[in-house]
Design a protein around this ligand. Structure first.
Ligand code: BGC
Length: 758
């Protein structure tokens, strides 16, 4: 009795002093109680995250991982793709360890689990936050039904260099759009209650600046000013933290000369102290021992550095496990640090409800009934069609009923390639190809004829590098000429040609940097031959990054960018080609004219010698051989209908202090079909104490208009939207002139100047 009065008093005291809820107090009491029972070795075990070593169902005890688990040396495991195996390993851990602490099971659930959505770059082209959140919700519910409790997603690295293969995993070049997506995804995965059996921990990555790798070469060095970090590259990570993301993955690259995996300023100062992140930090795959190669010290030093920086969990490196005791004895790390890291991991497990029920996510009947369901697939088909960006259309699309369509190209019948990169949980044999989707959709109402037309690449080795991990595209042994000849013969009686052309699934993603981002020569040759027939040709472009498409833009009558659209790709693309869905995607990354322009992004600075007149102008900031313009700008995307923007209306042009500015514009669908349009708001801060970008996205709304319909779209602007980090890293707005721009893409805007005083 006395004891319970005491504990009630202590709970009330903690609630009062630390502002914790009764639930939180209970959790901390449980976790701290557990910590006091743990040996140092057991604590270090919780910080260890090995990759899955596969084992035969029913034989976990003889697997490599079993001994480690038994010895209390494992906190979690990732990328096991079977609820039965996960359950078996969990049972083994709970039954065979001294303190019966359940394991955490993670996976790269990047754009869907088994039902696969478009690659993230494609998802970002939807500009549709509820839809993005829904995709993450479905991914979480499928993954959790299969035993997964933690996803290494979202990836929110700002990307301005399409040579870098990992642009496919992110949301493009803009911090405002990517921040909105970060929030939607974290909420989609985690829901409102992490303890619910269908929500999972989210992990925002790769903190930080990974997208700024020099030369677009993966794992390469980054180097940038703090002002740029805070204003441009940090906001999406911070948005995920503000949205309550449970974990953060540090990146491979260095920042200010110190690799992120051991960067105390980055993890402890910025993430934990400035942003108040309360979850746990995990390294990237062997990111900690890689600091030895970076040249920052030996294995032990690297691990001590990571611990001191505030990294809690060691992915694959095994250095926390094997060096931390020594480092502690030598005074290089403290027991308090190890305790803190362990506490954070245990808290995550507690929040998932694993201590209450270690098998909460191991429900085999859920796995059988809730994964890759027809409802989820139908949703994925709808979502995929929203990600397509119509880059050009000279009256070729949509294809009318009753036509004979020649479908040609190495990606037309390439099942394994539909899901794109990072689709660990996918069953690619179940993906819908364009050939199947289009043939089904056309049915008896026309005809689809097919030819391969070309290999993905002329060079077999180049093709291998881009089709690994089971993403094969069969190579045809015939010569390029023979393949083209067959394609032309097949197309001879067609009304329209659809060319399914572009990159292989693994041409983008991790370790898939490219110096040449043209369509591969073998396919370009085919495309030229198809265009030369004079028939209407629609290029259906598969790609995980912006490509250089100058010839295509000038010569192919229609281009529909479909990215890698996921398990339902073929059906979704058919929906768009036949006009069942009107494309409405908008680019989240500029498409350059030339690799030489990279980095190319819409929200650049003005410079002291901006190109004001026509290209080329001597002694102004431009190139001799290519203009400064992108081929397709950020925010760009056409529709089968047309939208007309009226003049902007402003509530005032003179504002003061915390007043609110309302900007509205009338948008009219002047075409014959209903369609969706993303109305975009940009602002330019004309004069600042530091130079400011020529324009920055500050709002967007996706609206749907029936043919002939018009709508007023309004944006509210407060000084909050005008804030930026100045050279002292103070976050505030500065009085002065602002240019307000509204339009259908970053280059096609109407603009009005206003004045805003303090
Ligand atoms: C990647 C991460 C990924 C991790 C685990 C690393 O190579 O950089 O994005 O989450 O592997 O698979």
């Amino acid at each position: 009795m006395k004891k319970s009065i005491l504990s009630i008093t202590s709970i009330l005291f903690t609630m009062l002093v630390f502002g914790q809820s009764a639930k939180e107090v209970k959790m901390h009491q449980f976790v701290n109680g557990l910590l006091t029972k743990m040996t140092l070795e057991e604590k270090l075990g919780q910080l260890n995250l090995p990759a899955s070593s596969d084992f035969v169902t029913g034989a976990v005890s003889s697997s490599d991982i079993a001994q480690k688990v038994k010895d209390g040396k494992v906190g979690g495991v990732f990328n096991i793709r079977s609820v039965t195996k996960i359950k078996e390993l969990q049972q083994f851990a709970v039954n065979n360890t001294r303190l019966h602490i359940p394991l955490l099971f993670g996976m790269d659930v990047i754009h869907g689990y088994r039902t696969i959505f478009p690659i993230p770059l494609g998802m970002s082209a939807t500009w549709d936050m509820p839809l993005i959140e829904r995709s993450a919700r479905i991914a979480a519910s499928e993954a959790s039904a299969d035993g997964i409790q933690w996803t290494f997603s979202p990836m929110v690295d700002l990307t301005r260099d399409p040579r870098w293969g990992r642009v496919s995993e992110g949301n493009g070049e803009d911090a405002f759009l990517s921040s909105a997506i970060a929030k939607a995804m974290v909420h989609g995965y985690q829901g409102d209650d992490l303890g619910a059996p269908n929500t999972i921990l989210s992990c925002v990555k790769h903190y930080a600046l990974y997208g700024a790798a020099e030369g677009g070469r993966d794992y390469n060095t980054t180097d940038m000013s703090r002002v740029r970090m805070y204003n441009e590259y940090f906001p999406p990570y911070k948005a995920a933290v503000d949205a309550g993301v449970a974990s953060v993955m540090v990146s491979f690259n260095e920042i200010d000369g110190v690799p992120a995996s051991g960067n105390k300023w980055l993890v402890d100062d910025v993430l934990r102290k400035q942003w108040k992140f309360g979850g746990f930090v995990v390294s990237d795959y062997t990111g900690i021992p890689e600091m030895v190669n970076h040249g920052i010290g030996d294995f032990q030093t690297a691990n001590a550095l990571a611990m001191n920086a505030g990294v809690d969990m060691d992915m694959v490196g095994e250095g926390f496990l094997n060096t931390m005791k020594k480092s502690m004895q030598e005074g290089k790390v403290t027991l308090a640090q190890i305790n803190k890291a362990c506490e954070r991991i245990l808290i995550a497990k507690y929040e998932l409800g694993l201590f209450e029920d270690p098998y909460r996510y191991c429900n085999e009947s859920r796995s059988a009934s809730e994964v890759f369901t027809s409802a989820n697939r139908a949703e994925a088909r709808k979502i995929a069609a929203q990600s397509f960006v119509l880059l050009k259309n000279n009256n070729v699309l949509p294809i009318a009923a009753g036509k004979t369509i020649a479908l040609v190209g190495p990606l037309a019948n390439a099942k394994e390639n539909m899901t794109g990169t990072w689709s660990v949980g996918a069953d690619n044999s179940k993906s819908v190809t364009l050939l199947k989707g289009l043939t089904d959709a056309v049915g008896n109402n026309g005809k689809v004829v097919y030819a391969l037309g070309s290999n993905l690449e002329d060079d077999a080795e180049m093709q291998n590098r881009q089709t690994m991990f089971g993403k094969d595209i069969t190579r045809d042994k015939r010569s390029a000429d023979e393949l083209i000849k067959e394609a032309l013969a097949v197309s001879a009686n067609a009304d329209v040609i659809v060319a399914a052309i572009g990159e292989g699934a693994e041409s983008s993603g991790e370790s898939a940097s490219k110096s040449n981002i043209d369509i591969p020569e073998a396919q370009k040759r085919l495309l030229k031959a198809l265009v030369a027939t004079g028939k209407p040709v629609a290029l259906v472009l598969f790609n995980g990054r912006p490509l250089t498409l100058n010839w295509e833009a000038a010569n192919v009558p229609a281009i529909l960018d479909v990215w890698f659209a996921g398990s339902e790709a073929g059906d979704a693309i058919a929906d768009a080609l036949l006009g069942k869905v009107n494309p409405s995607g908008k680019l989240s990354m500029s498409f350059p004219q030339s690799v030489g322009q990279i980095p190319l992004y819409y929200n650049h600075k003005n410079t002291g010698r901006p190109l004001t007149g026509k290209w080329f102008s001597k002694f102004q900031s431009n190139y001799i051989d290519v203009s400064n313009e992108p081929l397709y700008p950020f925010g760009y995307g056409l529709s089968y209908t047309k939208f007309e923007y009226g003049d902007m209306q402003l509530s005032s042009k003179q504002l003061k202090g915390n007043q609110k500015l309302t900007v509205s514009v009338n948008v009219k669908n002047t075409g014959a079909l209903s369609g969706k349009e993303v109305v975009q708001l940009y602002i330019r801060d004309v004069v600042g104490s530091i130079t400011r970008p020529v324009q920055e996205l500050k709002g967007f709304q996706k609206i749907e208009l029936a043919a002939g319909e018009s709508k007023y779209v309004s944006f509210e602007i407060t000084p909050e939207l005008l804030k930026f980090y100045n050279s002292n890293l103070k976050y505030d707005w500065e009085a002065g002139e602002f240019e307000i721009m509204v339009g259908s893409n970053s280059k096609d805007v109407k603009s009005v100047k206003i004045n805003w005083v303090k």
